[in-house]
Design a protein around this ligand. Structure first.
Ligand SMILES: Nc1ncnc2c1ncn2[C@@H]1O[C@H](COP(=O)(O)OP(=O)(O)OP(=O)(O)O)[C@@H](O)[C@H]1O
Length: 288
């Protein structure tokens, strides 16, 4: 059973980007324990904005909330100086594509060691040893060789494992994985997800996985928040996804192709205006 004692509490989070008339995220509330939470929704529904808000990485947006608490850190009122101690150390983010997330002109191992030494006082040799061990933990067979490679010299799957290793190196309590495998082909994807899943479970990390993919969150999460137009329309246990009641979630499920399923065109989501209006009440259920 996952430990659902909250390490993160978010209450009524709203985010409005500068120059935008409508908020990108509205009244989102949820808690996270040492468990795996999925945030699913179509493109533009606000999933990544929620992730970036938790890390306070939204310089061009106005962020309001009743509460955003990560362990002993009051995120809402924390200064940038305080956030620098937490971000990348106690809470980290795995992004979609290592090509854009790793520094192209620094060797993989060197950038991992440097990130580690930003947060921990140790010698270069100690950071190197720690890094090599972490590369091994993400099942890179020849970590000493990979340590000295540039990001363009590793495959997409290996690059993403380097990213995962880099983000887990500081032993964080919270990891936000934003579409962690959508840049990978399907065979490598499952391998990378299994590695991430194993490490997160072994270390008791709270994981938020942001994804478009209902099947991914079904298999790799304990709980799921469904977002639509900046709000949470439904929250449910991943195993109960097929019993979702909100018409938006049902529409997403019906639009999933199935091997061996009927060969008719997949239904197109028929959106209803009241999905946006009724959200204030639906989101109350998201405060697990
Ligand atoms: N830096 C920004 N400035 C202005 N608007 C933004 C910015 N980032 C995102 N938005 C807008 O905020 C809304 C939510 O975007 P967000 O990236 O959070 O959605 P998402 O669900 O993660 O989408 P995707 O799955 O495509 O990444 C969108 O309408 C988007 O255009």
């Amino acid at each position: 059973m996952p430990d659902t004692q909250p390490i993160l509490s978010v209450e009524n989070l709203s985010v409005r980007y500068q120059g935008s008339d409508t908020p990108a995220v509205r009244n989102v509330s949820f808690t996270l324990g040492r468990e795996r939470l999925g945030i699913v929704g179509e493109s533009g529904s606000g999933k990544s904005t929620v992730g970036r808000a938790i890390l306070k990485l939204l310089p061009s947006a106005r962020l309001t909330a009743d509460r955003m608490q990560f362990e002993d850190v009051d995120i809402l009122n924390a200064s940038e100086r305080q956030m620098l101690k937490v971000r990348g150390r106690r809470m980290t983010m795995i992004l979609q594509d290592p090509k854009f997330s790793l520094n192209p002109i620094q060797r993989c191992g060197a950038q991992m060691s440097e990130a580690y030494r930003t947060h921990f006082r140790c010698t270069k040799a100690e950071a190197r040893a720690k890094t090599v061990k972490m590369l091994e933990a993400v099942q890179i067979r020849d970590p000493e060789r990979v340590y000295d490679l540039y990001p363009h010299e590793v495959s997409g799957g290996m690059g993403q494992r380097v990213m995962i290793a880099m983000m887990l190196l500081t032993d964080p309590d919270l990891v936000i994985a934003d579409e962690p495998t959508s840049a990978l082909d399907v065979t490598v994807r499952l391998n990378v997800l299994d590695i991430l899943d194993g490490l997160v479970r072994d270390r008791g990390i709270g994981l938020i996985t942001i994804s478009h993919d209902l099947n991914l969150v079904r298999n790799y999460c304990d709980r799921v928040l469904i977002m639509y137009a900046g709000q949470v329309v439904e929250e449910l246990a991943a195993r109960d996804l097929d019993r979702a009641t909100h018409p938006y979630t049902r529409g997403l499920l019906a639009a999933q192709p199935r091997i061996g399923g009927p060969r008719q065109p997949l239904p197109v989501l028929a959106r209803q205006d009241d999905w946006k209006a009724a959200l204030g009440t639906a989101n109350k259920g998201a405060q697990a």
